[in-house]
Design a protein around this ligand. Structure first.
Ligand SMILES: C[S@@+](CC[C@H](N)C(=O)[O-])C[C@H]1O[C@@H](n2cnc3c(N)ncnc32)[C@H](O)[C@@H]1O
Length: 293
């Protein structure tokens, strides 16, 4: 029999037959797993809200029963004075996210996943929203699974805000990336069901850097859409067919579109009527194609 490798003290490790028990039993991991009591059973969402967007704030998602959603994908409002943003203080903004993600925790099934796309903001000082959000999620009881760096380099308009040109006086980093933070409620593992991911997709999507082009806000008619590929990849990697996918800040409906195209169901929340109308138009066109009416 092949000898099992162990996590090495030099940081490199063989991957065949790897035994990580020593690592996970170390004091570093003591108290790290959120072992809140979680109900194993799943509830069904009502047909009335299946494949629908609700026009209201997702701070309260009372339409969704506990333990009824399998995957949450979202990109929160950035609170940077875009058309749809309120001018909240950092604390007010983080409180809004805490309410929405606490509701997300309630509605996710055991083993359900939550994926949050976020960019960090500003320079004086830099606001590491991704760090604040990870901390909020962990405090709410989520277990963090990892983070994806979305490399937008090939499509990001290259900013010319250099700070000080060719000088160490005050050079400014020009972000060409965003984050996708990934969490689980309860168990990391879900029971195997009908899958739609291909071998090549699995090989690519399990890497922690994703190269994806941005999408034109003008074309979509929403100020901050993410590209279709972003929810598509997350749905393929983290959910099964017929699962319920939630986006509490659904905007132009991209998450719903990816859910329909992959034989999942969606529920969205959107606070602005004009964006709900826009998203419903995109989604109804897709439902017509799929004969879902
Ligand atoms: C970053 S955008 C999401 C864009 C979306 N991913 C897409 O591809 O179009 C955030 C959206 O959240 C909406 N929003 C802001 N606060 C909200 C709240 N409390 N509840 C529900 N939606 C909200 C905004 O109107 C905006 O459309």
């Amino acid at each position: 029999m092949k000898k099992r490798t162990e996590t090495s003290s030099f940081g490199t490790s063989g991957r065949t037959n790897h035994d990580a028990r020593k690592f996970y039993n170390s004091r570093m991991y003591k108290n790290l797993n959120n072992n809140k009591p979680i109900q194993i059973f799943e509830n069904k969402i009502s047909e009335e809200i299946e494949n629908k967007i609700l026009l209201k704030s997702s701070e309260n998602m009372k339409e969704l029963p506990n333990n009824s959603v399998h995957l949450m994908i979202t990109s929160p409002p950035y609170n940077v004075s875009k058309e749809y943003d309120d001018d909240l203080t950092l604390n007010e903004y983080l409180n809004l996210l805490t309410k929405v993600f606490s509701e997300t925790y309630r509605v996710l099934v055991n083993g359900g996943r939550a994926c949050i796309n976020v960019a960090n903001l500003g320079r004086k000082p830099y606001i590491p929203l991704s760090d604040y959000i990870s901390k909020i999620m962990i405090d709410l009881g989520f277990n963090m699974r990892g983070e994806v760096i979305w490399n937008k380099a090939s499509s990001a308009g290259s900013s010319t805000a250099w700070g000080s040109w060719k000088s160490a006086s005050n050079p400014i980093l020009r972000d060409v990336h965003e984050y996708i933070l990934i969490f689980s409620k309860g168990d990391y593992k879900r029971e195997k069901k009908e899958n739609s991911i291909t071998r090549d997709e699995f090989m690519e999507y399990t890497k922690s850097i994703w190269n994806m082009n941005t999408v034109s806000a003008k074309k979509i008619k929403h100020p901050a859409p993410f590209p279709f590929e972003l929810p598509y990849r997350l749905i393929q990697l983290y959910s099964f067919e017929k699962d319920v996918i939630l986006d509490p800040f659904i905007g132009s409906g991209t998450t719903g579109l990816a859910a329909l195209k992959t034989k999942r169901k969606y529920v969205g929340y959107e606070i602005k009527k004009e964006y709900k109308i826009l998203a419903d138009n995109y989604l109804n066109a897709e439902k017509m194609k799929l004969y879902l009416f």
